[in-house]
Design a protein around this ligand. Structure first.
Ligand code: HEM
Ligand code: HEM
Length: 190
């Protein structure tokens, strides 16, 4: 049976599931965000905005839960074969990706609140407005949201290049140990 927790040498099923679900969702959210923003005002646009906001709130909750999970276990850490600059760059990229996973939903939530549109989550419940109606704050938050989404695309590109470099050039375990059925601990005790 798949191990749920991380160990010192491997990622567990919870970390892998959270990583790949988040990755797939974020790819979809970027596509949806760019598509919906260009639509003419109408029912389809409003419906897609609602969907985008609901899924974005789920990303925020999953990311916060991920922080809780990660704080209870150190994870496998960098492979000993990674040199210092690779380790630093990977850490900085992961941190910046986490900042986007929190910052995008928050700036979206602020923009919606400032526009006077409370955020409904799949029509099940409505989040409280973070700020009152404020057109200039709405503009600013939407601009930061858009800027952050483009920055995240660059970070994701860098992140994927790093993963592929380790897999194809270095031929190490970096990508395999995050893969759904990837590397398991070599130790029978972990
Ligand atoms: C939207 C897309 C993605 C996001 C937001 C994302 C985010 C992250 C974050 C935050 C971590 C650090 C986990 C931690 O140690 O706390 C991570 C690890 C990792 N990601 Fe992604 N990821 C994405 C897509 C991908 C893709 C497409 C690949 C493969 C091509 C990939 C491969 C990896 C690998 C191999 C690790 C483990 C790195 C290590 O061992 O230090 N990720 N990812
Ligand atoms: C990981 C989560 C999210 C990602 C990756 C994401 C991504 C995007 C992208 C790429 C755009 C298009 C930007 C542009 O046209 O330049 C966008 C627009 C937008 N997003 Fe998000 N978003 C996320 C979460 C949220 C959340 C949680 C909300 C609200 C609660 C939200 C509200 C909006 C709004 C209102 C717009 C349109 C802004 C405008 O019309 O200028 N987003 N988003």
């Amino acid at each position: 049976m798949a191990r749920l927790s991380d160990t010192q040498t491997a990622f567990g099923a919870v970390t892998k599931l959270a990583h790949w679900l988040t990755a797939l969702t974020v790819f979809g959210m970027i596509g949806l965000g760019l598509y919906m923003a260009d639509l003419p005002l109408g029912a389809a646009k409003l419906e897609l905005y609602g969907l985008h906001k609901s899924i974005g709130v789920v990303v925020l909750v999953v990311t916060l839960a991920r922080f809780g999970w990660r704080s209870r276990q150190p994870g496998p850490g960098a492979l000993p074969s990674h040199v210092a600059w690779e380790h630093l760059l990977a850490k900085a990229t992961h941190l910046a990706l986490y900042a986007c996973l929190i910052g995008l939903p928050l700036t979206g939530w602020i923009a919606s609140s400032a526009a006077g549109f409370p955020v409904s989550v799949f029509g099940l419940f409505t989040l409280p407005n973070l700020v009152g109606p404020d057109p200039s704050l709405q503009k600013g938050a939407a601009a930061i949201h858009s800027w952050m989404a483009w920055a995240m695309m660059g970070l994701i590109g860098l992140h994927i290049l790093g993963a592929l470099k380790h897999h194809v050039v270095d031929k190490d375990e970096t990508l395999r140990r995050m893969a759904p059925h990837g590397a398991k601990s070599a130790s029978p005790f972990l």
